[in-house]
Ligand binder design. Structure first.
Ligand code: ATP
Ligand code: MG
Length: 370
């Protein structure tokens, strides 16, 4: 969707180029985060894509078309832009700000009005309250929402967002991030998102481009960035707690072990004992014929039972369960909250998928640290 090939930018009077030999591709529907220290060329890169800045050398393609050959004004109408420091026009109302691009596109007034109201709802601002307000009468978080609404106004397939949630407190920021991720699940826009904050990058990005002094240091998935940082600069950037951060990225479904012993409620003591010998599990799962979890049996439980006991008599209920779409971090907190060394993994239909044990989790984290 967006492709940069050997792009350079040198500003007159500057000793070092702001962007050097930058090549990268952003697939349609993905969020690519540009992250790196102040002055490393993030904003410059972004502005070259919508031609607010002309590259000194190299090619930029949008949707397969060389942007140098396109009319920059028309190009910009199809690329939503959330400007660093928000950049709302102070003399215009919220509604007029949001309507900027639709007005340029000469939409009829009633369509613009309907779209502005729809967008205000979408970003969580009541049109009845905010439609006629001026930017000066908004909080920082509200201004950021208006900035995002303005970029989305004409429903462009591409969004460039330059520190869109930069100027707000951490709680508001987390809230805006979550809302935006939810929106993106439906919108599937191709997004370039700039931030200073590596945690924001890991949370928001399908891919992350780490830049330093105008150069691309590593372009990878958040997962790869954490597990295989390209150099010291990247490992310092992602920080010391990479194993912990990585727990947030790994989905239980991708690592769940299904080789755990499962018995039926009607299984005999002998069957339970032989299940225990298979792999010395912290517990044995008991599931019915439809594979729905009935409970667990702890290994101690079988020691004092007479031969006639069935699994149904030995099982106790399980609180340590998790849905397979959750993250390993959720799995760990469930174990800690329940005081157990395992968590049973269920799918949406509540069918047993397997188990994550504490020792297995440690193994996974060790692999990561290696
Ligand atoms: N119009 C300009 N004229 C001269 N130099 C410029 C111009 N715009 C940017 N630069 C320089 O280019 C380099 C990259 O700037 P850029 O704004 O792209 O950085 P950034 O990564 O967005 O930084 P920040 O995180 O602080 O926003 C900086 O050294 C900056 O001073
Ligand atoms: Mg910038």
């Amino acid at each position: 969707m967006i492709k940069l090939e050997g792009v350079w930018k040198s500003f007159p009077g500057q000793q070092n180029p702001a962007v050097k030999e930058l090549s990268m591709e952003v697939p349609a529907g993905e969020v690519c985060v540009l992250v790196g220290p102040s002055g490393c060329g993030k904003t410059t890169t972004m502005k070259m894509i919508n031609r607010l800045i002309e590259p000194t050398a190299g090619m930029i393609y949008v949707n397969g078309r060389d942007t140098a050959a396109l009319d920059p004004i028309k190009l910009r109408l199809d690329i939503g832009y959330v400007i660093q420091e928000i950049g709302l026009f102070p003399h215009m109302t919220v509604a007029e700000n949001i309507a900027t691009v639709p007005r340029e596109k000469r939409w009829p007034a009633d369509r613009i009005r309907a779209r502005v109201e729809e967008l205000l709802e979408l970003v969580g601002l009541d049109p009845g309250i905010f439609y006629h307000r001026k930017p000066a009468d908004l909080s920082g978080g509200q201004r950021q929402r208006v900035g995002v609404a303005r970029a989305l106004a004409a429903d462009p397939p591409i969004l460039l967002m330059d520190e869109p949630f930069g100027a707000v407190d951490p709680i508001t920021r987390a809230h805006l991030q979550n809302e935006f991720l939810r929106l993106q699940e439906q919108m599937h826009k191709t997004i370039i998102f700039v931030t200073h904050d590596i945690d924001e990058a890991i949370k928001m990005g399908d891919r992350i481009a780490v830049m330093r002094a105008g150069e691309l240091v590593q372009y990878d998935t958040p997962e790869r960035l954490l597990s295989a940082p390209a150099d010291d600069f990247v490992s310092t950037l992602v920080g010391r707690n990479r194993s912990i951060k990585r727990l947030h990225l790994i989905k239980v479904r991708d690592v769940v072990r299904s080789d755990v012993p499962v018995v039926r409620p009607g299984s005999s003591l002998e069957e339970v004992k032989s299940a225990l010998q298979v792999c010395n599990p912290p517990v044995i799962m008991v599931a019915d014929k439809q594979n729905r979890l009935q409970g667990v049996i702890s290994p101690d439980e079988v020691l004092y039972r007479d031969r006639a006991a069935s699994a149904a008599e030995m099982l106790h209920t399980v609180e340590s369960v998790i849905e397979e779409g959750a993250t390993l971090n959720d799995a760990l907190s469930t174990m800690l909250n329940c005081g157990e060394r395992y968590v049973a993994v269920l799918n949406k239909r509540r069918e047993l998928q397997g188990v994550i044990t504490f020792s297995y989790l440690l193994e996974l984290m060790k692999e990561d640290a290696a």
